[in-house]
Design a protein around this ligand. Structure first.
Ligand code: SF4
Length: 306
């Protein structure tokens, strides 16, 4: 039986205002009176759910709802939760939950927003999060060197899990920035050749983990509707949102043939992605750079596996 990752949008607000951000921030929250709809969905489909991920915007702005969902589903899906957060709202209560219930947590850091290294490192240590936390290292144009400094600072404090994330689908890259990005990628990868414990990945097809299109997930939006892709969150893709709609969450059972349906839909999404990519200057080159370094990373992992 195929299993799916469920990505749940708990809010469409964010307390940051990153210059490269393309998500639609219309400041909605999951209707807490309808949370039972989601919980019933989990109960009905538990055999086919791999994990629940709280992702997009700043999920911790809706921590109360996340808590309620976890308290009512943890014994059904055995604590299989993931979170992506900008870290600004982390506190002891939240970290206690992360320690008890979460498998992987992505702490996103970039060069525009304040990242409280000391406080975050203290919380990671106090709540034994070291092996669960991946630092989402967001690289934006003009700030490539700073991203490498952030990597060094985190690595020198003995944290070794990194997801490298150049900002995609933006027109702000140029040739020089991409050349700087390549240098940063090479430096990070070379460093990881010297230390087997550095764990790197990024959302590109060759890594085998994921791609800029997420193939094995269902996206549940703030209105309790299910979509084929997380692209529905962004301005760039908003116009095809209706086309990516699957079903309302009430009474939805994951169909046996969903895998085939997703495959067909993903082929269609691939075409959308290709057409949008070709319209954004330097986007194809950005993908090529990340593909190149994905191959380099895979070869490195293969060489070092013994
Ligand atoms: S933290 Fe994420 S959602 Fe918030 S403004 Fe930055 S890119 Fe957008």
């Amino acid at each position: 039986m195929n299993k799916y990752n469920i990505i749940l949008h708990t809010t469409t607000s964010c307390n940051f205002d990153c210059s490269y951000c393309d998500v639609v921030k219309d400041k909605k929250q999951l209707d807490s009176e309808k949370l039972e709809i989601f919980i019933n969905f989990i109960k009905k489909n538990k055999e086919q759910i791999n994990l629940v991920k709280f992702f997009w915007w700043e999920p911790l702005l809706a921590f109360k709802n996340i808590k309620y969902i976890i308290e009512n589903t943890a014994n059904i899906i055995w604590n299989k939760y993931e979170l992506v957060t900008n870290t600004s709202l982390l506190n002891e209560e939240i970290c206690d939950y992360l320690e008890k219930y979460f498998e992987i947590i992505f702490f996103s850091i970039d060069s525009e927003n304040f990242f409280d290294y000391n406080n975050i490192f203290k919380l990671i240590d106090k709540y034994n999060l070291k092996n669960k936390v991946y630092f989402n290292l967001i690289i934006s144009p003009w700030k490539e060197a700073e991203a490498y400094n952030q990597f060094e600072k985190i690595y020198s404090s003995w944290y070794k899990n990194f997801n490298i994330l150049p900002v995609y689908f933006t027109k702000i890259w140029n040739k020089d920035d991409l050349s700087n990005l390549s240098s940063v990628m090479k430096n990070i990868l070379d460093k990881s050749l010297l230390d087997k414990e550095i764990n790197l990945f990024w959302f590109q097809k060759n890594t085998g983990y994921n791609s800029s299109l997420t193939y094995d997930a269902l996206f549940i939006d703030i209105d309790y509707k299910i979509y084929y892709s997380d692209f529905v969150s962004t301005f760039l893709w908003k116009k095809i949102k209706d086309d990516l709609y699957i079903w309302n969450l009430d009474n939805f059972l994951i169909w046996d043939d969903l895998e085939d349906i997703l495959l067909k839909k993903n082929n269609k999404l691939d075409l959308y992605e290709k057409s949008i990519t070709s319209k954004i200057k330097w986007q194809i080159e950005l993908h090529k750079i990340m593909d190149y370094f994905s191959k380099y990373l895979n070869i490195k992992k293969w060489i070092l596996k013994d």
